[in-house]
Design a protein around this ligand. Structure first.
Ligand code: FES
Length: 107
């Protein structure tokens, strides 16, 4: 199963296994990782699953679509090129080792 490292804003790391087919958001939610609220449940309608991708991983992720781009405008302190909505990233075996940094807060 792919392992994903979620890094809290404080620097605390959580390394968890997330089944392929789930989203990066669901991996955080199902493992009780603080920092991802996911208020809309993954419908790309809230932006509270915002996180920063490790720069080494950006190119390996599926591209941002127009809907995600629009919702990212509502996220807290986005970083161009690194910010993603984690509910829009499906976990696959290729994402084994992904590192995701969580923002200071969700809005
Ligand atoms: S959970 Fe709401 S946009 Fe991702």
């Amino acid at each position: 199963m792919p392992k994903i490292t979620y890094v809290e804003h404080s620097g605390k790391e959580h390394v968890v296994e997330v089944a392929s087919g789930l989203t990066v958001m669901e991996g955080a939610r199902d493992n009780g990782i603080p920092g991802i609220d996911a208020d809309c449940g993954g419908a790309c309608a809230c932006s509270t699953c915002h996180a920063y991708m490790d720069p080494d991983w950006v190119e390996k992720l599926p591209p941002v679509d127009a809907m995600e781009e629009d919702m990212l405008d509502f996220a807290y302190e986005t970083k161009p090129g690194l910010s993603r909505l984690t509910c829009q990233i499906k976990v696959t075996d290729d994402l084994d080792g992904l590192i995701v940094k969580l923002p200071e807060k969700q809005i």
